[in-house]
Design a protein. Structure first.
Length: 225
């Protein structure tokens, strides 16, 4: 006989975290997400059920398959996944785990989910993102989006962060926080400076230039004398 795994009956659905790519339907009327690895070919809505990515007819999650939604237990682990080059443009999702699930050491594989919140990374230029713009690639019927500011959007199709949340529906909250300020260090004199610092630098350079010109005039006068 095979021992049965213990069953959990939580008083409220567990919370998890994952990363995903925001996508927009080709007609611009629907917003959704797509996975960054195994489930990249199956966009899902804010409230959705998992389907087997291999096309099998069993319900997800199956113990004999690796299908189903995936998430990790803690936010810091999910944020760590955003450090890799291929995932820099992904968004961080906070999800509610619904239906049957299988618990692992670092997270869950489960049947249904509700995406409660999405955190959008900064634009590639470092400015806070106000838009989600066409990333230049996608899936049949869906355009993958990436964070952008108004200056870097160019002529690309885009939707505002608030507009994406509205199209996704189901009470989704989407935030685009400002990037953290870099700590002071020896990276260079202009690292992390703002307008007041630049104006002070310009004034100092002008003062040095005035002194240099005065010295040149004095030396020229001495030579003529």
């Amino acid at each position: 006989m095979r021992a049965r795994l213990p069953e959990e009956r939580p008083t409220e659905p567990p919370t998890g975290y994952k990363i995903a790519r925001p996508v927009l339907s080709h007609d611009g009327t629907r917003a959704a997400f797509t996975g960054v690895s195994l489930g990249a070919g199956l966009p899902y809505g804010v409230l959705d059920e998992a389907r087997c990515v291999y096309g099998r007819r069993h319900s997800a999650p199956s113990r004999r398959c690796d299908c189903g939604f995936h998430c990790v237990h803690d936010r810091a682990t999910a944020e760590g996944l955003l450090c890799t080059a291929e995932h820099r443009g992904a968004v961080l999702l906070e999800v509610t785990v619904l239906g049957a699930y299988i618990r692992f050491e670092r997270g869950f594989r489960y049947a249904r989910q509700r995406v409660r919140g999405a955190t959008v990374p900064p634009c590639g230029c470092g400015a806070p993102a106000s838009l989600l713009a066409d990333a230049g690639w996608g899936r049949p019927g869906w355009r993958v989006l990436e964070a952008a500011c108004g200056r870097c959007r160019g002529g690309r199709q885009a939707v505002s962060v608030a507009g994406f949340a509205r199209l996704a529906g189901e009470g989704l909250t989407v935030v685009a926080p400002a990037p953290p300020t870099a700590p002071d260090g020896p990276a260079g004199p202009l690292t992390g400076v703002g307008m007041p610092e630049l104006m002070a630098e310009a004034a100092l350079l002008q003062a040095r230039l005035d002194w240099f010109q005065a010295e040149l005039s004095r030396l020229a006068g001495d030579q003529r004398g």
